[in-house]
Design a binder for this molecule. Structure first.
Ligand SMILES: Cc1ncc(COP(=O)(O)O)c(C=O)c1O
Length: 433
């Protein structure tokens, strides 16, 4: 039987880095990536037949756990009816209705295939609607890899140690103003200087791509206040948080205190298949082609398998699912903190709803990208590999959230918890604690 090392060699010969998305290559933690052969519930199985308890969750979509039988059945039934039509289906309207039911501000919804496309389209729409070019984003927030948004862009880029990306023209990011997250003064300054030119502010309303960094109280409200005062739009990128941290994502956890003009969704809304969406004010969404002048399209957009997975996932994600994920997150984060305390590992654990991550060797609050990068990724590397050896697969980067699912029951959490003390000692050894 071929092992992970052989699989990696084979893949690297034909695929750059052997992976279809960079963080999967284990570049920041070192070692050989786990090549997955199948997954079910909270478990993944690699090509060697080894089982791991999974805290990656496909980087967010697996809210119900992997391969939920009802989601799989919905996809199989859809597949039997045809894989792609390039024509409208009623399933798209049904999924859009489900999104609107949960996030009523998403009066209309356009489906695309990736979060990258959703955010790229939101920016184009904001520019088309306002006739302005500038976009404000926050350093450490990731909104996909479109040119305009690939400036100071969070985990993948931090992990690669790059300031941005080769191949992005300076002209593309010259229209992007980058501000530190949670920095009200910097934001006020930007609006005071260039407010009449700003089309939109795009934000992760709770940031989770520089590790988990929730907004300080009042920060998202300030975004709304400043954008409204200057005629700019506010875009909530809920690709990661949407339908994960609550039925209605982070916006729901805020209790509707902030009213964004546009949202982007991805991950959970596609139930593990490639599907994402832009939602928001009807007058804005109706600027998209074919109704309006802002062009956007996709051969596989609203794909029938992906919409079937999304519909099944949202229908299954009831209050009990969110309560289970919240409880699992509370249990695991408390266990992690106490194992790190017992081993004398200085750390900062931060939460945003059920999302959490650990900053290693840092004790004060992490409010932005600069403070996130003060952590000691070497400690995480040691912790990560000790956990992996014990059969627990964590995200292969210190700058990612740990993803739980409704399938992380007490038995799974007990096994993960059992692996923590040894991994905490490995991290302590790196930090000299
Ligand atoms: C907040 C956020 N926006 C956008 C994206 C991009 O989504 P995708 O990877 O589907 O292109 C991600 C991906 O992790 C994300 O976390």
């Amino acid at each position: 039987m071929s092992g992970n090392a052989e699989a990696f060699d084979r893949a690297r010969a034909v695929i750059p880095g052997g992976v279809s998305s960079p963080v999967r290559a284990f570049g920041s933690v070192g070692g050989t990536p786990v090549f997955v052969s199948r997954a079910e519930g909270a478990r993944i199985v690699d090509v060697e037949g080894r089982e791991y308890l999974d805290l990656v969750g496909s980087w967010g979509p697996a809210l119900l756990g992997h391969a939920h039988p009802e989601v799989v059945a919905a996809v199989q039934a859809a597949a039997a009816r045809g894989l792609s039509f390039g024509a409208p289906t009623l399933a798209e309207a049904e999924l859009a209705e489900l999104v609107r039911e949960r996030v009523p501000l998403a009066r209309k919804v356009r489906f695309v295939s990736t979060g990258t496309e959703a955010c790229m389209t939101a920016v184009r729409l904001a520019r088309g609607a306002t006739g302005r070019d500038l976009v404000v984003k926050f350093s450490g927030c990731y909104h996909g890899h479109s040119d305009a948004l690939l400036a100071a862009a969070g985990s993948g880029v931090i992990t690669a140690g790059l300031p941005g990306s080769a191949g992005v023209p300076a002209a593309a990011t010259a229209q992007t103003l980058v501000v530190p997250y949670n920095d009200a003064d910097a934001l006020r300054e930007v609006f005071a200087a260039r407010g009449t030119e700003i089309a939109a502010v795009i934000t992760e309303p709770a940031a989770a791509n520089m590790g988990v960094v929730p907004p300080v109280p009042g920060f998202n409200e300030l975004l709304r206040e400043l954008t409204t005062a200057h005629g700019a739009l506010l875009v909530y990128d809920e690709v990661l948080t949407g339908f994960r941290v609550s039925r209605a994502g982070w916006w729901g956890l805020e209790g509707g205190a902030v009213t964004p003009d546009l949202f982007t969704f991805g991950k959970v809304v596609g139930g593990g298949l490639p599907l994402a969406a832009i939602g928001g004010r009807a007058d804005l969404l109706d600027l998209l082609a074919p109704v309006g002048p802002v062009y956007q399209a996709g051969t596989l957009s609203g794909n029938p398998l992906a919409t079937a997975a999304g519909i099944a996932t949202l229908r299954l994600a009831d209050d009990a699912v969110y309560a289970a994920v919240d409880a699992a997150s509370a249990t695991l984060s408390a266990a992690v903190a106490s194992a790190l305390d017992a081993a004398g590992v200085p750390h900062r654990l931060q939460r945003a709803g059920s999302l959490f991550s650990v900053f290693w060797g840092v004790t004060g609050p992490v409010l932005d990208d600069a403070s996130a990068q003060r952590q000691d990724v070497g400690a995480y590397r040691a912790f990560f590999h000790a956990m992996l050896d014990a059969g627990v697969a964590l995200p292969p980067s210190a700058y990612e959230a740990w993803f739980l699912s409704a399938a992380h029951d007490d038995a799974v959490l007990d096994r993960i918890t059992g692996a923590l003390p040894g991994a905490a000692r490995a991290a302590a050894a790196v930090l000299g604690a």
